[in-house]
Design a protein around this ligand. Structure first.
Ligand code: HEM
Length: 496
């Protein structure tokens, strides 16, 4: 009979973790974690779990941009964490073929199935080709302009007016999430679930994104065996993830229809049939495709708008400059009650573009990426990578590195993005990776800027926005960098 049972060993390890957390708390000032026997550097991660992005940024700043993390010996959690632009350029562009998404990524993001985010090689090429050809079609920007303006007119403005008349605080993040959810459903599924209306209805699929994203971050920081056990037992975040999965399926499957020739799903069905020679199982593939694009379109854009309005409220001079730009660049042609900003006009708002780039630099909605080499490699930082080494690339930290963005890196300065001749200054994507870098660069970048500018210009032009005192605003622990408790604001009408 063994002297120690599993429960004794488990308790022993817990005691060591507790001791390490307690001692490191009382002794250390540096962010660099101690590598403890058995549990490695896990105690530091657990201790900083509630502020993981900020902690990683402190750690990387102290270590020159790259750090080798040692996990507990029994968990396969060793990983290299980096925010170094030279490494980003190497991994995402120069040696792209050595860093496919791979099985580890797919394991974590299994909920997205065969959608573009999980796909590699031919399947990824099919997704990319089909999405790109849809988005570069002449009809696409008309469709987008109509979808965004209809949502502004029938959803956003009535809801903001309702809050204003009632004199109650509004959660701007919730409003933006509903806005982008309705808009992306219109583009991807050709249906409008009308989640943005004055009753603010509860739509399980719309809320399921938040739960799913939080659970997915936990899969990055917990040992695989632990989250798999939670999944098997159906407890904690894994239970929430399964509920979100069900909500997605119940929403998407009944909406897979082919009403129009110019529709994303029709384009994907054709592409799928060409690849497989038949349409059997196409429904699963179309569900994965739709969910991935809904995730891409809802959370990134709404998160960026949320941080933009938080930053503007904290830096009121930018609000004045955005209004001046609108008035100088786009003089009023009529005296309609509401101003409408179309696609063409949005492209002329350079200062607003700079403000959005700053929001994306300081709060990149996709805060980290997960990579792994299929062949051993050496990074420009000199770190040797064995086959399948886990790499976490922190885009959040890249935007906040003094060595990358200078001494004022933590300041919100839209002017940073304006070139001497008044256009938008180009920054290489490895220095500004909010939209990813290399061949897997975001396909919705242009669309996102247009949509965000149409929404932001409308709100800044018509309303004054004040933050509600004492409402805490900090990044949520999620793979998308939402504001943890939303963004509570008070609205008042601007006298135009
Ligand atoms: C502020 C808004 C947005 C940001 C910051 C953003 C950022 C990103 C990032 C970081 C990736 C790489 C993800 C990965 O490979 O794991 C990505 C990929 C992608 N994005 Fe966006 N995105 C935004 C808006 C959109 C929108 C509105 C769409 C349209 C539906 C979109 C469609 C896509 C697609 C299809 C990919 C996959 C590209 C590929 O793997 O080849 N994105 N985006």
């Amino acid at each position: 009979m063994a002297i120690f049972g599993y429960s004794d060993i488990f308790l022993f390890i817990l005691a060591i973790i507790f001791l390490c957390v307690w001692r490191s708390k009382s002794w250390r000032k540096s962010s660099v974690p101690t590598n403890w026997p058995l549990v490695g550097m896990l105690p530091a991660v657990l201790q900083n779990c509630h502020r993981i992005h900020a902690y990683v940024t402190e750690l990387l700043s102290e270590c020159g941009g790259t750090f080798e993390f040692k996990g507990p010996w029994f968990c396969n959690m060793d990983m290299l964490i980096t925010s170094d632009p030279a490494n980003i350029h190497h991994i995402f562009s120069r040696n792209f073929s050595n860093y496919p998404k791979g099985p580890e990524f797919r394991k974590i993001f299994e909920i997205l199935g065969d959608g573009i985010f999980n796909a590699d090689f031919e399947l990824w090429e099919l997704h990319r080709r089909t999405t790109l050809s849809f988005m570069s079609h002449v009809k696409f920007y008309d469709l987008l302009e109509r979808a965004v303006w209809e949502k502004v007119e029938t959803g956003l403005l009535p809801v903001l007016e309702h809050f204003l008349k009632q004199g109650i605080d509004a959660d701007l993040q919730d409003i933006f999430q509903r806005f982008t959810f309705d808009s992306i459903c219109k583009l991807v599924l050709d249906c409008d679930p009308c989640s943005l209306c004055i009753d603010l209805p509860y739509i399980p699929c719309e809320k399921a994104f938040n739960e799913a994203l939080e659970a997915l971050l936990h899969r990055h920081v917990l040992p695989e065996s632990i989250w798999k056990l939670q999944k098997w037992l159906q407890i904690g975040k894994e239970k929430k993830l399964m509920e979100a999965w069900k909500a997605f399926d119940e929403f998407i499957y009944p909406r897979i229809t082919f009403k129009d020739d110019f529709s994303l799903l029709t384009a994907f069905r054709k592409a799928y049939e060409e690849m497989n020679g038949s349409s059997s199982d196409a429904r699963y593939f179309l569900r994965d495709t739709a969910l991935s694009l809904m995730l891409a379109g809802r959370d990134t854009t709404s998160t960026c708008l949320t941080w933009l309005f938080w930053l503007i409220a904290k830096n009121p001079s930018t609000k004045i400059k955005i209004r001046e730009e609108i008035e100088n660049e786009l003089p009023l042609k009529d005296d309609k009650k509401w101003r409408f900003f179309n696609v063409e006009e949005s492209r002329r708002l350079v200062y607003l573009h700079g403000a959005l780039c700053e929001a994306l630099r300081l709060f990149p909605p996709v805060a980290l990426e997960h990579k792994s080499p299929v062949k051993p490699d050496i990074l420009p930082s000199g770190n040797y990578l064995q086959l399948n080494t886990k790499i976490i690339v922190s885009f959040y930290s890249t935007g906040r590195m003094e060595r990358v963005w200078g001494k004022d890196c933590l300041k919100f300065m839209p002017e940073r993005w304006i070139s001497p001749c008044g256009g938008i200054k180009h920054e290489p994507s490895y220095k500004f990776p909010a939209f990813n870098a290399g061949p897997r660069t975001c396909l919705g970048k242009e669309m996102a800027f247009i949509q965000m500018k149409m929404v932001a210009a409308t709100i800044v032009y018509h309303y004054n926005i004040e933050l509600v005192d004492d409402h805490p605003v900090s990044p949520r622990d999620s793979v998308i960098l939402q504001a943890k408790h939303g963004l509570r604001v008070r609205l008042s009408k601007r006298n135009v």
